[in-house]
Design a protein around this ligand. Structure first.
Ligand SMILES: Nc1nc2c(ncn2[C@@H]2O[C@H](COP(=O)(O)OP(=O)(O)O)[C@@H](O)[C@H]2O)c(=O)[nH]1
Ligand SMILES: [Mg+2]
Length: 210
């Protein structure tokens, strides 16, 4: 059976090496912790359909998978992304590196990209180096959303993707984001196309809720 969805959003996972990016992707897609984390270089990929505010949204997620070690994540990786998870490890010193990654994302990605700062390994409270407060301050200064997660326990992993998707959807609905603009990282799915067609055939305006 083919999947039907209203929108497709392209997401990226960026951040420091070893922060748990691959594990977050795996936990989100498979609902379990990835034990054998190998460091194969190349982009890993996953997709999942989620329900956001009554709309079904297919998230197509790309993981840098090792490229971040060489600081060579390229413009083409960032191209056409609607959302990004900027991941750091709460048990290691982070700020300089995250600032660099954040700058890369801001210069290489679409200006409309929605970024969520993600402090992973929340389960390792005893080894914490980055306080919730300093990270939320950084998020606030840069107008990022922010959550702490654990790819190990699964805490907040799905919520992170949903929060980012919800923000994109709100921007589409308010007109701030245009899905039809080149490189928006957003596509209409079959479900919205069918709805649009029906509305056009019956002569109603596409945004008419009657
Ligand atoms: N305790 C704990 N360990 C984690 C968590 N997420 C990832 N790890 C571990 O951190 C290491 C790096 O994870 P990985 O996903 O490969 O990081 P990546 O380089 O950012 O893709 C691995 O040994 C994982 O088992 C987490 O939430 N909690
Ligand atoms: Mg990885």
């Amino acid at each position: 059976m083919s999947e039907t969805y209203d929108f497709l959003f392209k997401f990226l996972i960026i951040g420091s090496a070893g922060a748990g990016k691959s594990c977050i992707l795996h936990q989100f897609i498979e609902n379990k912790f990835k034990q054998d984390s190998n460091h194969t270089i190349g982009v890993e990929f996953g997709s999942k359909v989620v329900n956001v505010g009554g709309k079904s949204v297919k998230l197509q997620i790309w993981d840098t998978a090792g490229q971040e070690r060489f600081r060579s994540v390229t413009r083409s990786y960032y191209r056409g992304a609607a959302g990004a998870l900027l991941v750091y490890d709460i048990t290691s010193i982070w700020l300089k590196f995250i600032r660099l990654k954040y700058r890369d994302a801001r210069t290489l990605a679409s200006p409309n990209i929605v970024i969520i700062l993600v402090g992973n390994k929340k389960d390792l409270e005893a080894e914490r180096e980055v306080t919730f407060l300093e990270a939320s301050r950084f998020a606030q200064e840069n107008e990022l959303m922010f959550l702490e997660t654990s790819a190990l326990t699964g805490e907040n992993v799905e919520e992170t993707f949903l929060k980012c998707a919800r923000s994109i959807l709100t921007k589409i609905e308010s007109g701030e984001l245009d899905p039809e603009r080149m490189g928006s990282g957003i596509q209409y799915g079959d479900a919205s196309l069918r709805r649009l067609n029906r509305q056009q055939q019956s002569g109603k305006k596409p945004d008419c809720a009657c």
